[in-house]
Design a protein. Structure first.
Ligand code: SAM
Ligand code: SF4
Length: 320
């Protein structure tokens, strides 16, 4: 099918160029973007891109069942992923094209050596909003260094409040370590931390109310993410998805929720507790209420691909 041409934006006459970054002349890895005369970045539907997610590694020290296979993986060789100098160069280019927010992710970003130094360089370049998504295993001891480098916000994954179930989901014994990381983040200037739980029917959907209570007790922003068909083991089916509407109804029945206004491009619908308790609830519904329409994000993978935000159309397998 033919790719639709980007629409004209307002009265501007937009002469577009297609920029392609190649690692080597014979490389298949390349990144195609539309750069308009106004020097901002748009996707093929004409939406301005302001947020960039950078996967700094494909490696991970966890094996979450909704994400990776239990089997040992064939990670990319180090020379197949973007080097720090390449990531520096790309960051400068993206910033010059109107990117204002950068989220560092993975794989697990904290397993790649040099991530603090990279964040410091992004900070020095003037990135307004620097954040990270992590599984929390290595966060507690690195929190202060990351903040010093310029990190301002953190998302920590936590898929169960029950240590044994956490172990089954992540295939690790890291429950206490991750809880310590949440505490460390909460007592730092990264507070309030966002805590991400991917809900899978029959696995952890019995914990919705417990997670909401956790938000109230700890003052964190508890975010429930619908399970997307990205798991390496291809176990996803629609019956395993816990719709955000169900999560809302269950929490609202116990502790009435009030919606917090959000920007159209935001992925989460946000709620506070009507009784004034601390903490917030975020609902992310890429399956039942896809948010692609107003999306302002792109995602750069460690192995040099550029995608629209996670969701339909993205390749399956370990996200990186
Ligand atoms: N390793 C880090 C972590 O787990 O937070 C960062 C990378 S991880 C790919 C980023 C986010 O994607 C996490 O919040 C994770 O729970 C979520 N995720 C992974 N696989 C998913 C899936 N199949 N459906 C929905 N969310 C998923
Ligand atoms: Fe690793 Fe994050 Fe995937 Fe879990 S969700 S396996 S921590 S990359």
């Amino acid at each position: 099918m033919e790719t639709p041409a980007p629409p004209m934006l307002g009265k501007e006459r937009l002469r577009r160029k297609c920029a392609v970054f190649r690692r080597a002349p014979d490389s298949n890895h390349r990144i195609g973007l539309f750069i308009f005369e106004a020097m901002t970045l748009h996707d093929k539907f004409g939406r301005q891109i302001t947020d960039l997610r950078i996967s700094v590694t494909d490696r991970c020290n966890f094996r979450c069942v909704y994400c990776r296979s239990a089997d040992p993986e064939n990670y990319r060789e180090h020379d197949e992923i973007l080097s720090w100098p390449e990531l520096d160069r790309l960051a400068r280019i993206f910033l010059s094209l109107g990117i204002r927010k950068i989220r560092i992710t993975g794989g697990e970003p904290l397993v790649r050596e040099g991530v603090e130094e990279y964040i410091a360089r992004l900070h020095a370049l003037g990135v307004e909003d620097l954040s990270m998504t992590t599984n929390g295993h290595l966060l507690a001891e690195r929190c202060e260094r990351l903040i010093k480098a310029g990190l301002r916000r953190i998302n920590i994954s936590l898929d169960s409040l029950d240590p044994a179930k956490f172990g089954r989901i992540t295939r690790t014994k890291s429950f206490n370590t991750v809880m310590n990381s949440i505490d460390a983040a909460q007592s730092s200037r990264l507070a309030p931390a966002k805590v991400n739980a991917v809900l899978v029917r029959g696995l952890n959907d019995d914990e919705v109310e417990s997670f909401a209570e956790f938000a109230r007790l700890r003052g964190v922003i508890m975010r429930f993410i619908e399970f997307m068909p990205l798991d390496a083991d291809r176990h996803w089916n629609r019956g395993l998805v816990v719709p955000a509407a169900e999560v809302h109804a269950r929490i609202h029945a116990r502790w009435p929720l009030e919606q917090i206004p959000h920007e159209r491009s935001e992925t989460a619908r946000k709620y506070r507790f009507a009784d004034g308790a601390p903490g917030e609830i975020g609902l992310i519904a890429p399956v039942t209420q896809p948010f692609c329409g107003h999306c302002s994000r792109i995602r750069l993978t460690a192995d040099r691909d550029l995608y629209p935000f996670r969701g339909r159309g993205q390749r399956r397998g370990p996200p990186h």
